[in-house]
Design a protein. Sequence first.
Length: 148
Amino acid sequence: MRTLLVILTLSSQLICAALEFESKLVEVHTAADAQKATIDFKFSNIGEEPVFISHIDPDCDCLTIQAAGGTTLPDKRIRYRPGESGTIRSTFKIGNNKRQIDQTVLVWLTGDPKGKPSIQLHARIHVPAVITMTARSLKWELGSKPLR
């Protein structure tokens, strides 16, 4: 039983290792008035066997995901043959978010357990603040209590 568990663990790691991403953390900088940010995760199948992406999920509804490259099969899985490249594009709706925003994209390969995707991709969006204010001085009457 223990041997079977070790074999299954190693085989799932080998399948995951076949998709090599340029980076699993992609950072983008947007304009202060941008309404959306697009993040591309580029990868290649460096293994000797096809890899099948069964589904891709964002961690919030503010992200939309599209996969490019490979072959979409009738069951909606995407096959990437050895040497084939692809891109997972996530588009983030910025809305009122400002400063640094971190989002995660979860990628399930065929055979992954329901709650354990093989791949986690991280998008970091930097949105500059339009206005920042800092106090230049503080007026405080002698003997008065501090304001809270």
